[in-house]
Design a protein around this ligand. Structure first.
Ligand code: MN
Length: 278
């Protein structure tokens, strides 16, 4: 199949109840009702414990395997994933990286580092670990068909990285783009160009935006980019590169900036010609 809209409401990685799952359901109801899409079953059991250093590991693995199976069966060339917490994107990104045989640059737009290990994470929450899992350098590596190389990753807009995460980014020379200085959009395009890959995956966590502009997200962090600047950055990415995958994450139901949510959904859907962006 050529394109797929995939809903992955995995919320256990965020730990504090299924609030982001409700966000996914709201988006499904308000924006995707008339569009074909696929979902996987998500557990709502909140009686969870830490297993192998990961909170809620059992339902996470079950959902992860369901997502992998669905993607392997549908084999889309282009994938829009609407997800709850960031770790849900592991299945989508790993799938596309294998499909394009590593010819993929991952742009991870997020206030957080998302590159922890179960051992180093103080919270044991899986949503702080997805990039590390994709690199095949920690838990679940047996589930990653083709791990990403560290040179395939660009972190954009990070401003709340744990000390072990900072060390890992430095040690592995992973590209970090500080959104608070210079012209971050140009720096991003230049970094993507330098990677030289044909296909781009954009992982978008709403917390990359400053909470003054968009507070309805699980863990807002001060000091982010204005919503409009983030939107323009995405438009430029779309204009200049071939975005084959996009993941939209961490929406917590709220009314603080509904117009921006609508605009972002138009953008996401425009990547699949299912609607039109401004
Ligand atoms: Mn995140």
């Amino acid at each position: 199949m050529d394109k797929l809209i995939f809903l992955n409401g995995q919320w256990q990685g965020g730990g504090l109840g299924p609030v982001t799952l409700y966000g996914v359901r709201e988006i499904e109801r308000d924006f995707l009702a008339d569009l074909p899409h696929e979902t996987i079953p998500i557990s709502e059991d909140t009686d969870l414990s830490v297993e192998e250093g990961v909170f809620g590991l059992s339902p996470i693995l079950k959902q992860f395997d369901d997502a992998r199976r669905l993607l392997a069966e549908k084999r889309p060339e282009r994938l829009l994933t609407i997800g709850a917490d960031c770790d849900g994107d592991i299945a989508s990104i790993a799938y596309l990286n294998a499909r394009y045989e590593g010819d993929l640059t991952l742009v991870w737009m997020d206030a957080h580092g998302d590159i922890n290990t179960p051992e180093e994470s103080s919270t044991h929450l899986f949503y702080g670990m997805p990039i590390r899992v994709l690199l095949g350098d920690t838990i679940c590596s047996e589930r990653i068909e083709r791990p990403l190389g560290t040179e395939q990753v660009i972190q954009f807009g990070g401003r709340d990285l744990d000390p072990p995460e900072q060390r890992y980014y430095q040690e592995k020379k992973i590209t970090l783009i500080d959104a608070a200085s210079g012209d971050p959009a140009d720096a991003l395009y230049e970094a993507v160009r330098q990677k030289g890959k044909r296909h781009i995956y954009v992982h978008f966590d709403l917390d990359v935006i400053d909470p003054k502009d968009f507070p309805d997200t699980r863990i807002p962090v001060e000091g982010g980019l204005p919503a409009e600047a983030v939107y323009q950055t995405l438009l430029g990415l779309k204009e200049n590169f071939d975005i084959v995958g996009m993941g939209f994450y961490e929406y917590k139901p709220g009314e603080a900036n509904r117009p921006f949510l609508e605009k972002m959904m138009r953008f996401c859907l425009s990547l699949w010609d299912a609607s039109t962006a401004e």
